[in-house]
Write a protein that binds this ligand. Structure first.
Ligand SMILES: Cc1ncc(COP(=O)(O)O)c(C=O)c1O
Length: 447
């Protein structure tokens, strides 16, 4: 017999029945969202929030874009689902559009349901292609939460699930603000990070390494834009040792950095690209792997040993077609770049003048991080690595009170609105953030 839950609030019902990600279940206090439009989200109490988080940095085209909603409705009326072995127009059109925006020599798309599956399959493809097993990934990275992808992840979320036998080796990538290499310039950081990577490969045994996977710009780990030439250096190292270069563009792809893919701005061509999130702004779950000709040809005459019931799901693919076409027609990617250059970067640097707790402003497009510190001289973070702190909790709570949703992780606040955000909305968000940061100014102990 069904339980009578009518006396409970929606929040109580949510907490009683839904097991939430990454959380101690008794401590959660989810925002009960009723609806959303553009860059605004409205909760069940009718309070409206400016979404400077794009939810999980995925709603690149903004909420409820009418063309994407209509495409899903039209596709639902025509054909909701189809087995992966059949063909379908929504699927091949989505693949064509993705390839058109990828890189010269991008040959095929394998569709998945999201980011982590894309990473799992990209690694499987690289292993089968090279006949090697080991994979290198960076500390300060996030690649997903399933078997191999959580092992690849270079942050504390890996620790409880680390098998220690997944064939993953981590290395430090470039990050000048908190340099592992005692570097003082971007060029030094780049050269030392590349030298360290190559040495790691030599000591691990080049002939055992299938792939290097790198977020083009590490996202969750802190939006560290790599120094000019670093990714080209990685490409050269991969070529030297016959290693597959996988660019994880799950977060940085589809406009977020002011270009379709972030690797474009670094003038490199990966062998495989993993994508998800912004491909259709998460209106229906979708991810995938873009394969270059060589990797794709590897499976021309032998079967690829992998598949998914929902690979290339028509509703998800129709949403991708509509989202990409709308982004082209409406100049959404250009908007992201312009907002970053003209509003967010100068606006955030102005906030740093006012709030000494902002140790560094990093990013581009609609992809910025504030690295918060208690002392600019020591760079001691406002929350320890892998944890939160009263100061961070206060900033996040104050943002909510101000009607602003931000992405926060450890000692960082990420400013990651939809790529469609207008100048006025971006300025309004910065004003709200300014007021929210003020609650933690007194934690600063530096001079
Ligand atoms: C770079 C990167 N890779 C992979 C993933 C995993 O994607 P998903 O959560 O869709 O499985 C994420 C998610 O945030 C990501 O940022």
């Amino acid at each position: 017999m069904a339980t009578d839950r009518t006396s409970l609030t929606h929040l109580e019902r949510e907490k009683a029945s839904v097991f939430h990600s990454w959380s101690a279940q008794s401590t959660i206090n989810p925002l009960m969202v009723r609806d959303a439009k553009g860059v605004y989200v409205t909760d069940e109490d009718d309070k409206t929030y400016l979404d400077f988080s794009s939810q999980l940095v995925n709603v690149n085209i903004g909420h409820q874009h009418p063309k994407v909603v209509k495409a899903i409705q039209d596709q639902a009326a025509l054909l909701c689902t189809i087995a992966p072995q059949h063909g379908n127009e929504a699927r091949f059109r989505a693949a064509e559009l993705i390839l058109d925006h990828a890189f010269e020599g991008a040959a095929k798309v394998f569709f998945t349901n999201g980011g982590t599956e894309s990473v799992e399959h990209a690694i499987r493809m690289a292993r089968l292609h090279t006949g090697r097993h080991k994979v290198l990934s960076a500390y300060r990275s996030y690649h997903g939460a399933t078997a191999t992808s959580i092992n690849l992840t270079g942050d504390p979320r890996r620790w409880p699930s680390d098998t220690g036998s997944a064939g993953v080796v981590h290395f430090f990538g470039p990050f000048l603000y908190r340099s592992t290499f005692h570097a003082t310039t971007e060029a030094e950081e780049r050269d030392r990070a590349l030298e360290n990577l190559e040495r790691t490969i030599q000591f691990e045994g080049p002939s055992s390494i299938a792939a290097i996977i790198l977020e083009t710009i590490p996202g969750t780990a802190g939006i560290m834009v790599p120094p000019a030439g670093f990714l080209q250096g990685v490409r050269e190292i991969c070529d030297r040792y016959g290693i597959v270069y996988i660019a994880d563009e799950v977060m940085s792809g589809f406009g977020r950095t002011g270009s379709w893919f972030a690797f474009e701005q670094h003038d490199v061509k990966p062998d495989l690209v993993t994508f998800a999130k912004g491909v259709n702004s998460g209106y229906v779950p979708l991810g995938g792997v873009i394969l270059n000709e060589e990797l794709s040809a590897s499976f021309n005459d032998r079967a690829y040993p992998g598949g998914l019931t929902y690979s290339g799901h028509p509703l998800a693919c129709a949403a991708a077609v509509a989202a990409i076409e709308a982004m082209e027609e409406e100049g959404v990617v250009e908007n992201a770049r312009r907002i970053g250059d003209d509003v967010l970067r100068p606006g955030l640097l102005a906030l740093a003048e006012k709030h000494p707790i902002i140790g560094e402003v990093r990013g581009l497009g609609v992809f910025f991080a504030l690295d918060l510190v208690v002392d600019r001289a020591t760079k001691e973070p406002l929350a320890p690595y892998g944890a939160s702190s009263p100061a961070m909790n206060e900033i996040v709570a104050a943002s909510r009170r101000e009607g602003l949703l931000v992405f926060n992780n450890f000692n960082r606040i990420h400013v990651v609105p939809p790529c469609t955000v207008t100048e006025a909305e971006a300025r309004e968000g910065l004003a709200r953030l300014d007021r929210a940061l003020a609650v933690a100014d007194h934690y600063y102990v530096g001079t």
